[in-house]
Design a protein around this ligand. Structure first.
Ligand SMILES: C[S@@+](CC[C@H](N)C(=O)[O-])C[C@H]1O[C@@H](n2cnc3c(N)ncnc32)[C@H](O)[C@@H]1O
Length: 181
């Protein structure tokens, strides 16, 4: 069960893009540190918490209600593992400033209400927060500029490290590996 409230993204039902990301995302090896960026009510990170039972799961969102829902949903769904979940309210990686963490995997269904430029900036920041074998996976609507985002990624990661994991119902699920040279 997932608790949601009005004012939180897709509070009535799991967003189709989110569902497609969850269905296609890579599950980290045991003992990884992963981040659900822009977690909303926490569904992506909670699934990771189930499927990767030894990983540390970080959640970040700027929205107070989203953070409240995430904490409630962790109590409902991962009550025996709360010590390996970490929830932060704030602006993207600024929210984690004090933590000084790098991540083995970062996942997002990004906020695109203000257009894609904000997401392009986030893409640049993600690279600074990935471990040497880390990867970044996200979902994007094709018509929200998926091609341009893919091109932008290829400027920051070796081209062969950027791939489309799946295309479905107008969404692209994209994966980028850290350039481990
Ligand atoms: C498209 S929603 C995805 C929510 C959730 N991951 C899901 O899939 O249902 C994007 C989320 O990013 C959050 N967000 C927007 N701007 C943000 C920022 N500057 N820092 C962190 N989170 C932000 C929004 O509050 C929203 O919950």
């Amino acid at each position: 069960m997932l608790k949601t409230v009005t004012g939180v993204f897709s509070y009535r039902k799991i967003d189709l893009g989110t569902r497609l990301l969850i269905e296609n995302m890579s599950i980290p090896l045991e003992g990884s540190t992963v981040l659900d960026m822009g977690c909303g009510y926490g569904v992506i990170g909670i699934v990771l918490g189930y499927l990767s039972p030894k990983s540390e799961i970080y959640f970040v969102d700027v929205n107070k209600r989203a953070i409240w829902c995430t904490k409630e949903n962790l109590k409902i769904n991962l009550s025996h593992s709360l010590d390996r979940t970490h929830v932060f309210r704030g602006d993207y990686f600024d929210a984690l400033k004090e933590e000084n963490r790098i991540f083995d995997a970062i996942y997002t269904n990004p906020p695109l209400r203000k257009g894609k430029d904000e997401f392009l900036e986030l893409i640049d920041e993600v690279k600074e927060h990935l471990s040497p074998k880390g990867y970044f996976q996200f979902v994007i609507k094709r018509r929200m500029g998926a091609s341009a985002i893919l091109e932008h990624l290829k400027e920051h990661y070796p081209e062969e490290n950027v791939m489309i994991l799946n295309k479905k119902s107008g969404y692209w699920i994209i994966n980028a590996f850290y350039p481990s040279t």
